[in-house]
Design a protein. Sequence first.
Length: 152
Amino acid sequence: MPNLMYDVLGLGLLVFFLIRQVTPRRPTRFRFYILPTLGLYWAYRTLPHPVPTVQIWVTLISIGVSIPFAILQGYYFTRLYEKEGQWMLQGDWRYLVSWLVIFALQVVISAALHQTTVITWEIALGIAIVMGLRSVMLHLRYPQLPGILAQK
């Protein structure tokens, strides 16, 4: 039952954050630093001991496939702009589509390797890596970003 609770909570948070990505919002340290860290913590908390070999392979392949999407999200699909004296961050429709593709690929990879269930730790780790790499790309793209985040 505790894993089901993490799954339901995680899915709810995922839907919330996906919708929020296409709406303008102020950049915060939470989105850039804490959210990827929470994803790592969520992955750690739901990690089985020992980890089945098929889960390791699914995770490695999924992360390898997700890395290019994270780079695209940070460098092309998300913009930082100033509006009425406030800095805003917004993903476009390609950003949302890239997340949907990442999750669809997760399902395809799992099915190809005969993993029949959605594994919470794999999703959490993937989200942490994508969000973390996206943050790195946004920092590289917008050199003013650390100063903006320090003002909060």
